[in-house]
Design a protein around this ligand. Structure first.
Ligand code: IVH
Length: 693
């Protein structure tokens, strides 16, 4: 990485050390106490090493509060604090040199490390265990007589935060150890993280709920662990990997003799811990290099993020002989991976419109190879992110790539900014269809209001319109809609009613019979109910239940379309956000035209929406839906429940009445079992709905 030093060359050494010390203390504070990275980890490492080198050369300027002699940061005050029985130390880092095109060329520091240990132990070859270096949050778990009693974060290495209630909600941490005669006291250390796939899903959920998205899995894991309300922790997909067992805490009645680190990992696994399947014994330096290079290749394929590998001397007696230096063991080292971050320049910022109408600014950057992949676009997420990171067109920036995740801009290199940069302005109309834009209060996302008209959204809008709970056109599912849109046969929902059998027969996969069936289904859908028609329009925040309330209150399109927010808020359960979304939708001219055209092509609705929205099995009950159900999407089931005034929640608690579980249900199902909540399948749920139970 061509990273410029953040200070000019005229500064004297003492000032350099002071600046570096202050900066690193600040970065540390944000990282450890606020779960926020002000600079990329790779840049931090670089500055940190620079400080170490300067301090070695000029020890007279080394400050007493130097971060090089401190681990982590003072714990947060909201949690009660606990002293570690044995300090939680850190690891020293080594790196490998890369050439211009990101290819590894030298493992000099690794070779030095291995030589140092072989010399100290006075043996020709040292055996190690190499493991991934999990990119998560360190935790210490305490078991008394085999029962999990507490969990403490690293804090400053000596005193950490007591997060016992929270770690007890993590599914894969054993609450009771799998051992006959448990030792009186046992301590296990490891890393809590969020797997990549879970992280992507978590951020999707956060976005759907209009909440803050997390910058990376590490921040999400740290933030989830440090919740004062453990229900929030319970709802996050945290995973624990164990990497150390504190041997001195195993007392006599546990007749286990552990001589090597690999035996320690095996024992941890027997006790019930996940130690991962990626560790390997390496008998010499070449095997360490092979392990490192192999893990580097596999990095993106692993189900979780790693930022390097860790080597530990396998023989415990040798470990003890080597001992510790001030903040780290001498017998172990972290071999960090090369940056997945590179410097480049923003050429332009364009705005894309997604399937749901969300506008996303995207930076076009000068192509650069990041970890072996050419990056030319990077997501900027939203307008706020651009402001927060103070990003301008023309800025020099760091781009980060991690696995399959879309590359993103980490931060601007302000030292390199020149007067040629220009400010980016979000468009005032949709760049695809020119409809006006909506940003709801408290939401960061700006959306196009032309839901029925905007070609970026039309497929989704049409699929929703035709779905079972909406207008219900049998046979007009996702695939067929795609085919019709791609063949230019339909552009919006009105076009559905202009289709003819001869249009369809020309298409692949259509025969006479299927064309006839679809046209019949389309014609049948013309006689519908007002509530279905409202729901079918896909107005944001207007679900099936709200559509019913609106239908009952307003009775006809004309009155509904002219209602203002105050009138709308008279309706049951409609607050200002929903009211505004409805007003925005109907004030968009494109949408008004579509509705007029729909009514003109023969759609007739009656207002006798089902009035029986009480069902003793559902009304007032709380449901959690998990896994994939055989016949209905989660949204369909959700609407069915909400329609009958039941509640759908995202997380399982004692208050949950039913968990509806489908295939591949995960942690929510486990939690329901633990709490004794009734678990039902889709079929049983449908029976509940139709009151057969
Ligand atoms: S062994 C004396 N093994 O990295 C500390 N640490 O940068 C011994 N880490 O504090 C730690 N994966 O939080 C070890 N496989 C692994 C690890 C690992 C991640 C973390 C750990 C440690 C930090 C040091």
């Amino acid at each position: 990485m061509q990273n410029e030093l953040p200070f000019n060359e005229t500064m004297n050494i003492k000032e350099k050390i002071d600046t570096l010390t202050d900066d690193l203390i600040r970065y540390n504070f944000f990282y450890h106490s606020k779960d926020e990275s002000l600079i990329p980890d790779e840049v931090y490492d670089k500055l940190y090493r620079e400080l170490i080198n300067l301090e070695l050369e000029f020890p007279q300027y080394k400050r007493a509060d130097s971060p090089t002699t401190q681990v982590g940061y003072a714990p947060l005050l909201e949690f009660s604090q606990k002293k570690h029985n044995t300090p939680m130390l850190s690891l020293n880092n080594i790196f490998s040199a890369m050439d211009q095109t990101d290819v590894l060329i030298q493992h000099k520091e690794l070779i030095q490390f291995n030589k140092r240990l072989a010399d100290a132990l006075n043996i020709p070859e040292v055996s190690y265990v190499a493991t991934p270096k999990y990119d998560g949050v360190a935790i210490s778990l305490i078991y008394h007589n085999g029962v999990l009693t507490s969990g403490i974060t690293r804090g400053d290495g000596f005193i950490g935060e007591d997060v016992s209630l929270n770690i007890k909600t993590i599914n894969n941490i054993p609450k009771v150890l799998n051992v006959h005669t448990p030792p009186a006291l046992l301590e296990v250390r490891g890393e809590i993280l969020i797997k990549t796939a879970d992280f992507i899903q978590l951020n999707k959920n956060q976005e759907d709920l209009g909440l803050k998205v997390f910058a990376n899995p590490r921040n999400a894991a740290a933030g989830s662990l440090r919740q004062l309300d453990s229900n929030i922790t319970a709802s996050r997909p945290l995973h624990f990997f164990a990497y150390a067992l504190l041997l001195n805490k195993i007392n006599e009645n546990c007749a286990i003799k552990i001589n090597t680190y690999s035996e320690q990992l095996n024992f941890l696994q027997t006790l019930g811990f996940d130690v991962g399947s990626w560790y390997q014994i390496c008998h010499n330096q070449n095997e360490l290099i092979a392990y490192y290079e192999n893990m580097l290749l596999q990095r993106d394929l692993l189900p979780f993020g790693i930022d390097g590998v860790v080597y530990k001397v396998n023989n415990i007696t040798s470990q003890e002989k080597l001992g510790f230096v001030s903040r780290a063991p001498r017998f172990s080292i972290a071999h960090k991976f090369p940056a997945q971050i590179m410097e480049t320049q923003i050429i332009d910022i364009e705005v894309q419109v997604g399937r749901t109408g969300a506008l996303t600014p995207v930076a076009r950057v000068k192509p650069v190879s990041v970890g072996g992949v050419i990056v030319s676009n990077a997501t900027l997420h939203n307008q706020e992110e651009i402001q927060r990171k103070d990003i301008h067109i023309g800025d020099f920036v760091y781009v980060r790539r991690a696995g399959d995740v879309i590359p993103e801009i980490v931060n601007v290199i302000l030292e390199k900014r020149n007067e040629k940069v220009s400010k980016f302005k979000m468009p005032t109309l949709c760049p695809v269809c020119n409809s006006h834009l909506i940003q709801l209060e408290g939401e960061t996302i700006i959306r196009c209001s032309g839901g029925l008209f905007c070609s970026a959204q039309k497929k989704q809008a049409i699929i929703h319109f035709a779905s079972k709970l909406a207008i219900n056109i049998d046979g007009l599912g996702e695939k067929i809609v795609e085919q019709l849109v791609e063949n230019n046969l339909i552009h919006n929902i009105v076009d559905i009613y202009k289709l003819t059998e001869s249009n369809l027969i020309q298409l692949e996969r259509f025969g006479e019979k299927s064309a006839y069936n679809l046209i019949t289904a389309i014609n049948n859908s013309k006689n519908t109910q007002f509530n279905r028609l409202i729901y079918a329009l896909g107005i944001r925040h207007v679900g099936e239940a709200t559509a019913k309330d609106l239908a009952r209150t307003f009775g006809a399109f004309e009155t509904l379309m002219n209602a203002n927010t105050t009138e709308l808020m008279q309706v049951n359960d409609i607050g200002d956000i929903v009211a505004k979304s409805i007003v925005d939708f109907f004030s968009e001219e494109h949408n008004q035209n579509i509705i007029t055209q729909l009514l003109n092509c023969g759609i007739a609705y009656d207002i006798e929406a089902s009035k029986s929205n009480f069902n003793e099995n559902i009304t007032g009950k709380t449901f959690v839906i998990t896994g994939t159900l055989p016949n209905h999407s989660r949204d369909e089931v959700k609407s069915l429940i909400e329609n009958l005034s039941g509640k759908v929640s995202n997380s399982v608690s004692k208050k949950t009445h039913y968990v509806i579980a489908g295939a591949d249900a995960g942690s929510k199902l486990e939690k329901a079992t633990t709490l004794g909540v009734t678990i039902i399948d889709e079929e049983t749920f449908l029976k509940l709905i139709y009151s057969e139970l």
